[in-house]
Design a protein around this ligand. Structure first.
Ligand code: ADE
Ligand code: ZN
Length: 338
């Protein structure tokens, strides 16, 4: 099982690049940029990562992002993540970034996007990892701010595949961002949104019906509404589930309580992703391993989930097909060698 999980070709569709900032790099960048950190060591930082809910995490996550100041900082952050993905047999990534976290403290969107994009470009060349960038609006800020962020990003339209919606969920429903999402669609951008992580099923309905998203990020609270489950199954609407994140943020008490297997068995298109791996204790392989163990997933479940990652991506269909074929080939080769 471990060999299967480690080697199977994977796609990651739910990763906040700011959430891949490891404490070691945080210290290095703090020194590079002369930023004072409220921690004296890497160990102290790790000890601070005990969260009671989404907001308790976000407070620390936004503070950590303060060390990111120059193009090369965003490059180094993204490159470290991609090197890790290369070692984990991740072949395609769709990465979120939060421009407002940086522009609100005086960093230009040009600095942010250029650093991230250059690393994606180099990884395409050196590792053959393909990638898309998804610009996320912070939902605790206003729709006007989201619209202004979108306008500021349009000169980089060719580097951006889609838009998303993240940050504090409860009290900030998707309906607040209808105009911003419509404006993004006018520019041919794809749409996704975090919904049903801590927020109610109603937020998932809104993301589908008012924002017109083509994936739901998290979405685990869908199982509270059987009509919604039916809709997700019928449309084969992907959910980008992040199991270790859900445990760290107390959405579920322990992995054995997670509803991922239940959703999969109901026919929902479930994928496994890492969300903010530097904060939640694991990248893609760790998420697959912990979920398999906690929910006793079969080899067939793992293959299906890995395939769902590519099926739910924004890659062209012929490329998706070639990844699905390479999964089948990998599984066959594994069987023959054991
Ligand atoms: N930003 C980074 N991680 C997030 C999460 N899990 N939910 C909402 N916003 C986020
Ligand atoms: Zn997320």
């Amino acid at each position: 099982m471990e060999k299967l999980i480690k080697g199977i070709p994977k796609a990651e569709l739910h990763l906040h690049i700011e959430g891949s900032l490891e404490p070691e790099l945080m210290f290095e960048l703090a020194e590079r940029n002369g930023v004072e950190l409220p921690y004296s060591s890497v160990e102290e930082v790790r000890q601070a990562y005990q969260f009671s809910d989404l907001q308790s995490f976000l407070d620390i996550y936004y503070a950590g992002a303060g060390v990111l100041q120059q193009t090369e900082d965003f490059y180094d952050l993204t490159w470290a993540y991609l090197e890790r993905m290369h070692s984990e047999h991740v072949r395609h990534v769709e990465i979120f970034f939060d421009p407002q976290t940086h522009t609100d403290r005086g960093i230009s969107i040009n600095t942010v996007i250029t650093g991230i994009y250059n690393a994606l470009d180099d990884a395409r060349e050196q590792f053959g990892i393909t990638s898309f960038l998804i610009l996320c609006f912070l939902r605790h800020l206003s729709e006007e701010s989201a619209l202004a962020t979108l306008e500021a990003a349009l000169p980089f339209r060719d580097w951006i595949e889609g838009i998303g919606l993240d940050s504090s969920e409860v009290g900030f429903p998707p309906e607040n961002f209808e105009r911003a999402f419509a404006r993004a669609a006018e520019n041919g951008l794809r749409k996704v949104a975090h919904a049903g992580e801590e927020g109610p099923p109603e937020y998932i309905w809104q993301a589908l019906d008012l924002l017109g998203v083509s994936r739901i990020d998290h979405g685990v609270r869908c199982t509270e509404d059987q009509k919604l489950v039916q809709r997700l199954v019928q449309k084969q609407m992907p959910l980008t589930v992040c199991p270790l994140s859900n445990i760290k943020l107390r959405v579920f008490d322990k992995m054995a309580d997670h509803n991922l297997k239940k959703m999969l068995d109901q026919g929902i298109r479930v994928t496994i992703n890492s969300d903010d791996p530097a904060y939640f204790g694991g990248y893609m392989i760790d998420n697959f391993l912990a979920t398999q163990k906690g929910l006793n997933l079969s080899e067939q479940d793992i293959v299906e989930i890995a395939k769902n990652g590519f099926r739910s991506s924004f890659l062209p269909q012929d490329i998706i097909d070639s990844h699905l074929k390479s999964i089948d080939e990998f599984v066959l080769q594994q069987r023959n060698s054991s």
